[in-house]
Design a protein around this ligand. Structure first.
Ligand code: MCA
Ligand code: AMP
Length: 460
């Protein structure tokens, strides 16, 4: 484990509360002891699942799987049954580590606060799978992206370089621990760099202000909320670096945040499959609306519909493709080839690049991928849940522009007498919270083209 997370090997000294989640904290040595002990109990499993609630136990369970070299898939604490059962099955997990709020036929390997001491485990191979992180596609259930130890290490090293991230830093955030942003950057990052971590459980402006960190991570919705709370925003003046990612940071939020905190935020872009690949730098230009340059070990290219290069003039839009050391190994269920063109990963994002190589993300190619509060939601997954409600004949789900969430999930439904409230209740019982439509609009029919295909652009 020390190759991937050197802080756990004593390389950077120690702190009594090197890792804090809410009211609980642990030293790096303590975390190492707990992780090695649980790792010893799960060694040899094919894969494990952790219910990634925002707790110190989640950090211990994931560190344990990494110590054992067993791939770990994360399930949201508020996962709907469809998503949870899918992840349990699809990941090939043979055990759950830590406590589980759900019924499962798999063995549950409990954490033990009495664990510690020295359990020796061999260092897993750098190319072995570390994490299986689920991300939504346009249709169907989420896909489990397999991320190797090598990809995680390369990404964190590239980001440490871009952000001048050092052991003197103290990272603060309150992002979910089941996605790349909160988990890979937000937990494994500090353990690789040797920086302290405070996880605030929820990413509220007050909790950020009270944590006195040097670095803060947030999705744009978090920064929008910080800007609406002047006192909390001003408390962030003592920080070194504010970082935004997972969705576009609106320029007015960038400007207001700069004004209130004295820090122009660093913006970075990435995907679950590629990890974080493009970023502005702590020691470079931070331009509102732009996400900067590829990090070390990553290359990008911009192509047109025919795969031909698009000019880097800062205006011409092309399809963004990525390659490099941070790339995932494929989806756990198989399949990867379709996502690549001549070895380049097809991101599905449209971008422009200027003559200095600075990138601006201008949108997504598919209307069926919605980004709400930084979460990716596939329209098809929500539509399937709505269509499972008896009495519903048609459903179309879209992302409607929203000042706080970037996009908000809205469902247009043709219903045979079922009320919007009844649909919401059914769907709420099936789906993970952030995938639930915030609005259900009953309509008599959906706009369709001559081929009978729903014209979602007419619903926006
Ligand atoms: C939410 N609620 C709802 C609905 N939606 N209730 C009924 N119907 C709905 N449709 C409930 C919530 O459960 C919550 O209840 C309450 O309403 C408030 O929810 P909300 O307004 O959504 O606010 P929030 O819970 O504070 O969430 C905002 C958030 C959250 C904190 C910004 O969206 C978030 O954590 N986003 C981060 C996502 C992320 O990390 N993405 C990274 C993916 P209650 O109060 O009872 O709980 S990785 C990625 O994108 C790549 C790799 C990258 O570049 O990073
Ligand atoms: P996910 O699948 O959850 O990893 O989400 C990846 C997607 O988030 C990317 O394909 C982009 O559409 C979006 N994204 C991430 N960071 C940014 C950013 N800084 N600006 C714009 N979009 C972003």
């Amino acid at each position: 484990m020390s190759d991937l997370l050197p802080a756990l090997n004593g390389r950077y000294g120690d702190h009594p509360d090197a890792v804090r989640v809410g009211g609980d904290s642990i030293s790096w040595e303590g975390l190492r002891g707990r992780a090695m002990a649980v790792g010893g109990r799960i060694a040899g499993h094919h894969a494990v699942v952790v219910e990634a609630t925002p707790t110190l136990d989640t950090v211990i369970a994931i560190a344990g799987a990494l110590a054992a070299g067993v791939p770990v898939a994360t399930v949201p604490g508020d996962a709907g049954p469809l998503e949870r059962e899918h992840i349990l099955r699809d990941s090939g997990a043979t055990a759950v580590v830590g406590s589980a709020s759900f019924e499962t036929a798999l063995p549950v390997v409990a954490l033990d606060p009495g664990d510690g001491g020295e359990v020796a485990l061999p260092e897993p191979a750098p190319d072995s799978a570390a994490l299986i992180v689920y991300t939504s596609g346009t249709t169907g259930l989420p896909k489990g992206a397999v991320l190797s130890r090598r990809a995680v290490a390369a990404d964190l090293d590239g980001l440490a370089d871009a952000w001048s991230w050092t052991p003197d830093d103290h990272l603060v955030h309150g992002l979910p621990l089941f996605h790349v942003h909160g988990l890979v950057l937000g937990v494994l990052g500090p353990l690789r760099v040797g920086a302290r971590l405070t996880h605030t459980v929820r990413p509220t402006p007050e909790l950020y202000a009270g944590a006195a960190g040097t670095m803060y991570f947030g999705v744009p919705t978090v920064w929008t909320r910080v800007c609406a709370d002047t006192d909390s925003a001003q408390a962030l003046r003592q920080a070194r670096l504010l970082v935004s990612g997972s969705a576009p940071l609106p320029v007015p939020v960038f400007d207001r945040l700069s004004e209130l905190t004295g820090h122009a935020p660093v913006e970075r872009y990435g995907m679950t499959e590629t990890l974080i690949t493009v970023s502005t730098r702590a020691d470079g230009e931070r331009r509102p609306g732009w996400v900067g340059l590829p990090i070390e070990g990553v290359q990008s290219r911009l192509v047109d519909d025919h795969g031909d290069p698009v000019v880097h003039d800062g205006e011409t839009v092309g399809h963004l493709q990525i390659r490099g050391e941070t790339m995932f190994d494929g989806y756990v269920s198989g399949g990867r080839a379709d996502d690549f063109a001549d070895g380049w990963f097809v991101t599905g994002d449209s971008a422009v690049v200027d003559s200095e190589g600075f990138h601006r993300i201008v949108g997504r190619t598919s209307v069926d991928v919605i980004k709400t509060g930084g979460y990716k939601v596939g329209a098809g997954e929500v539509e399937a849940a709505i269509l499972a409600v008896p009495g519903i004949s048609e459903a179309a789900v879209v992302g409607v522009p929203d000042d706080e969430f970037g996009q908000r999930v809205v469902a247009f439904v043709v219903s045979d007498g079922v009320s919007a409230a009844a649909i919401d209740e059914h769907v709420g019982a099936l789906l993970t919270t952030h995938k639930r439509p915030r609005e259900i609009r009953l309509v008599s029919e959906l706009p369709r083209n001559a081929m009978g295909k729903v014209q979602k652009s007419k619903l926006l």
